[in-house]
Write a protein that binds this ligand. Sequence first.
Ligand code: C2E
Ligand code: MG
Ligand code: MG
Length: 434
Amino acid sequence: MEDLINDTSLNVDDYGIAIQAGHFSRRTRLRSDIARAISANQFKVYYQPEVDLQTNEIFAAEAFVRWEHPEFGTLLPREFITIAEESDFMLEMGDWILNEICRHYSEWLNEGLPPIKIAVNYSSVQFFQKNFVDNIQKITAQHNLNPDFIVLEILERVSINDFSIVKSSIDKLHEVGVKVALDDFGTGFSSLEYLCKLNIDILKIDQLFINTIPYDRKNSIIIETIVNLAHKLGMKTIAEGVETLEQLNYLKAIGCQAGQGYFFSRPVPSSEYKKLLIDKFINLNDNQQPAEVFKEKRQYSRYRFPLYLEASMTILKYLGQDVHFGSTLVLIQDISAGGLCFFSTLCLPVRNSLLIQFSTTLLGKHVEFHGVPVWRKEVKENLYKYGVSFKISEKKRKQLIDFINQLELQFNNDPDALNGDFVRQSPYSYFQLM
Ligand code: C2E
Ligand code: MG
Ligand code: MG
């Protein structure tokens, strides 16, 4: 019992009110801490390479802010950008980020590294600030830089605000040599014709679409259409969140020019990014694919779901005793008559005495599986992949084989036909979003 109780990651999901109250006080705390974070030197800028998909050449970096909070550890922008926006701190923080990017970029140039573009995420608070283009010029000039190395990333939803204001701001950016990219494209409501009138230079296809390659036919059609139309309208496309070789090959085949994602590199500090820039090309042979490389030994043939299957996981017994920890959501990747493979943010002990139940919906029915974890692999910080061996009678196993055969027959390239609790994200995005 001890392992399980002492495992702090289990407490994270110690469900319900406790977690909500924790979340509330954490947000309040962040709100009061954020104004001091700059002077306390707690923000850091990380860089992720943007890569030409045909040549594997790094042609740009996207800058991401991180907050190294003294108590909560490294925080991602999802948690604090809205706090910064609400507290009017965004402008000061945005200036600090741009200054830091200029400082790093000058250092890279001074060390003889090749000039590249740097994509800077811009909040709408910054974009709709009067004279924001003058501000960019002022900051870059302080570092003796011309602003033409900058690509400003704005969210698709920002672009559908007042047309004339957005258009004149983009024109001004173009006058000083700054390019404009539309971030998370495909999740908002803008039309390509409208974007063309705005003279947007780059469309970044949202990772929600890329995640489902090659399992979701409809999303693939959307991606191909975006790439073709953007190309014809003179815009470049960059795929976000490329995580697997399969996704890379698909994007290359449909003519998407560029990509970024964990498959090439995670966002890294400036010192690490410099090393990537010395090579200038991503060496794909060095790349391990996080989830896929792990070899699993299974006696029965595996059925890989076309999308990840969301299931509720409950620990039933540990060391022969009943336990009551409540349930948590996990994502099942594949299943066989012998077991299944799932992702979770919980770090569970790999023990034969840990009996777990998975409940989900498949073929329109509520189904349950019972098993014990037989291996665990940390695929990312706080994200674990597990192999589970089913503890079931031979009669049940035969029924399961029939059920899996039925899934294969039913699928016929259409995930909707499986009528289950599928999600359209990868485990990385799913657990970040939760
Ligand atoms: P975004 O610009 O769309 O950034 C993409 C996010 O996906 C980044 O998360 C990045 O770390 C993550 N990512 C990159 N490759 C992969 C991958 O292969 N798989 C998955 N699952 N994720 C990947 P991050 O850094 O947490 O940033 C989230 C959002 O926060 C950004 O979305 C951007 O809108 C905003 N943001 C980040 N840095 C800044 C900043 O300096 N200023 C402003 N205003 N917003 C920022
Ligand atoms: Mg971005
Ligand atoms: Mg994005």
